[in-house]
Write a protein of this length. Structure first.
Length: 186
């Protein structure tokens, strides 16, 4: 079956007491328009959503439709390994520095449970980068949990590279200047 929109939430009254078959998603798949999946009960499920999904994402409990036998076809987004970053003495500089470093690695950023907690996707280079930040006292902890996309801070979704950025390579940038000389080859 091909589903072309999200028709409601599993918590809606119209889906109460109906059997549910879940279609599982990894966190990084939730902002994609096209999916071909096998549901937990073995149904072949195709999802073809419009561009609005690029902004709102698929969330656990989203309903794609009701099958001929009355079974609700709903999304479930898996828990994933995350880094909880708690800033011990939160101030503007510390929070901005942590957010900048995470964003500079093209990793998604979420608000945590408290005012001093940020959440990002786990990878070892990111963990090391955060643990080694100078001048900021942090508690960095690996956890496995479902991401709360309502607390998303960054617009970077679904394409974290799984590595910290390396600065030991050269960059070449072509650009012109109005000041009458050239910089030569880079």
């Amino acid at each position: 079956m091909i589903y072309t929109k999200i028709i409601g939430k599993l918590s809606g009254a119209e889906f109460k007491d109906k059997p549910v078959d879940y279609v599982d998603f990894e966190w990084h798949e939730t902002y994609s328009k096209l999916h071909r999946k096998t549901s937990r009960d073995g149904r072949d499920v195709a999802v073809s959503l419009d561009d609005s999904i690029l902004k709102i994402g698929i969330k656990s409990g989203d309903v794609f439709g009701v099958d001929e036998d009355g079974t609700v076809i709903a999304a479930d987004v898996f828990a994933t390994d995350v880094l909880s970053v708690k800033i011990e003495n939160p101030d503007f500089f510390s929070t901005a520095k942590v957010a900048y470093e995470i964003g500079n690695c093209h990793a998604p950023l979420f608000a945590g449970k408290g005012d001093n907690e940020l959440i990002t996707i786990f990878n070892e280079p990111m963990q090391k980068l955060l643990e080694d930040l100078h001048g900021i006292k942090l508690k960095v902890e690996k956890r496995n949990e479902k991401l709360d996309f309502s607390k998303q801070i960054s617009s970077i979704v679904g394409h974290g590279h799984g590595h910290a950025h390396s600065y030991d390579h050269e960059h070449s940038h072509e650009h012109s200047h109005e000041h009458g000389h050239s910089h030569g080859e880079h």
